[in-house]
Design a protein around this ligand. Structure first.
Ligand code: FES
Length: 176
């Protein structure tokens, strides 16, 4: 076998190994980070949310292996961190109990008769069976039958935009 043919074969094998490593690595990264990439990034200008409890709703699309699914979400500002994104939350508003749409309730005092977990601060409340989620605690469940909190979207700040790029991989359990 000539030297150039041996080099060509070696280059071919290296290309195959490189492709395999990239494929395995991207699958491993998804498992490690716990987030899945959305089909398309959802972007908002940085100045979309200015005051505490400002929010904007959005739809995102996720490829699930059983077709594309639409996810409803909300981006909200829970504090007054003007310098960074520490007070931003991007949460999926599909209830993890039985897939109803949760509602943002700014004045939660009206729910005292249906939930004893009211804290006086804004909450997410599911109208179906009254699971309650705390936006200050990343959407953690604080009452009702839901077994977990709201699924979180991954987001980043880039080019003066808030870019929503992914969703917790566990959301697939909800969509199956
Ligand atoms: S669907 Fe939300 S509490 Fe049951």
């Amino acid at each position: 076998m000539t030297l150039s043919r041996r080099r060509a074969i070696a280059a071919g094998w290296l290309a195959i190994i490189g492709f395999t490593q990239r494929t395995v690595r991207s699958a491993t990264e998804a498992e490690q980070t716990g987030f899945l990439d959305l089909n398309d990034t959802v972007a908002f200008p940085m100045d979309t949310l200015n005051d505490r409890w400002d929010l904007v709703k959005f739809d995102a699309e996720l490829s699930t292996g059983k077709g594309d699914k639409r996810l409803q979400g909300v981006l909200l500002k829970t504090g007054v961190d003007v310098a960074g994104c520490g007070d931003l939350r991007a949460l999926c508003t599909i209830c993890p109990h039985e897939v109803c749409a949760v509602e943002f309730v700014e004045d939660s005092n009206g729910f005292r008769n249906v939930s004893d977990v009211v804290t006086g601060q804004p909450l997410f409340v599911c109208p179906c069976h009254f699971s309650v989620f705390d936006p200050m605690a990343d959407g953690a469940v604080i009452g009702g039958p839901a077994h977990r909190g709201l699924y979180a979207f991954a987001f980043e700040l880039s080019d003066n935009e808030i870019r929503i790029t992914g969703i917790e991989a566990g959301v697939l359990d909800l969509l199956s």
